[in-house]
Design a protein around this ligand. Sequence first.
Ligand code: CTP
Length: 404
Amino acid sequence: MNELAGKHIVLGLSGGVACYKSAELCRALIKEGATVQVVMTEAAAQFITPVTMQALSNRPVYGSQWDAREANNMPHINLSREADAVLIAPCSADFIARLAQGRADELLSLLCLARPAQQVPLLLAPAMNREMWAHPATQRNLAQVAQDSATVLAVGNGDQACGETGDGRMLEPAELLEEVIAFFTPKVLAGQKVLVTAGPTFEAIDPVRGITNHSSGKMGFAIARAAREAGAEVTLVAGPVHLSTPRGVQRINVQSAQNMLETVMHKAQAATVFIATAAVADWRPATQADQKIKKDGSGQTPVLGFVENPDILATVAQSQHALVGDLFCVGFAAESHDLLAHATAKRARKGVPLLVGNIGPATFGQDDNALLLVDAHGHRELPRASKRTLARQLVAEIAMRLPR
Ligand code: CTP
């Protein structure tokens, strides 16, 4: 998607086994449109060769402050001035200590110290053994570099190269890519608490069967991700879907419409924005058998009765929190025809300020969609694009409508 188009990133590698992930990270950044200048410490070059990093970044790698290739012999100045961000991945315990002390006796730390800190942010992806990570010295140094305006990314938890298990793994390349993209996203939802429902619901008939629908949850997950990138604290209430949770989003899995309603009503109390993308089943079986319903050999089919499910969106929109204007509610409408008329009527019926219409059968499971935004002032189309793009546009539209 070229989400990093026009961005120039200095990718710094300090010494650690996680250097093997930096090769993939470099490719991922470039695939998203960034240009990448690799700078390596001597220790990093013990773990991965500059040749690999040069081939992947398509630029000579820098490793020494005495590099004569620069006419003024000041690679620390030149490289840091042209960057949009410096990303140290892996960032070793030693390198964090060096940053905390403001040391400058090799190119990478010199470059970090020499960068214009207001314009060129510094992102750190720590990577180390769990004991090193937990050591008070490391935690003290991390607090210091964060205070000095570095952005310290999270570490992963799991098996470590040393054979131990715990905190301190470097995030995976795909996770780091998500973090970098999020970092560059304007924080139009800073301070907001966004609650999103996504996916289908599953209404049980008996312990092994149930009724559901084709909703994939992709749009809701994309919105949750975009809202988090825009600075919001995001809770995602998801029906049964096979999608990975966007980074930094709190996910709560639910099954039935009633489960979803309970969870949403609880979480909505603290939310400032509610976005209902879930394709909630309109009806559920009137009774749910405790045991599997068996064929009795007579050829008789079971008779299923249905009751209507609660309308989650309408219930939230009618809550005191929403009525006094503390919770901005956004509904979706999955229609098969006459989108504008149905979406307009649905907006009024649900009592929400913004309703987003789409043609259900054309979008379920797809990676792209087209949206029709209906509010009190009229309607506006967001033309066909990827759900990721639409999610970002929708987040911007919601941000514009929030009370200042
Ligand atoms: N919705 C909900 N709870 C329900 C049904 C729908 O919260 N029980 C929400 C959806 O998440 C969506 C909006 O209401 O934001 C509209 O959903 P949709 O299925 O398009 O409409 P329905 O209310 O089911 O109406 P109809 O079936 O008549 O189109």
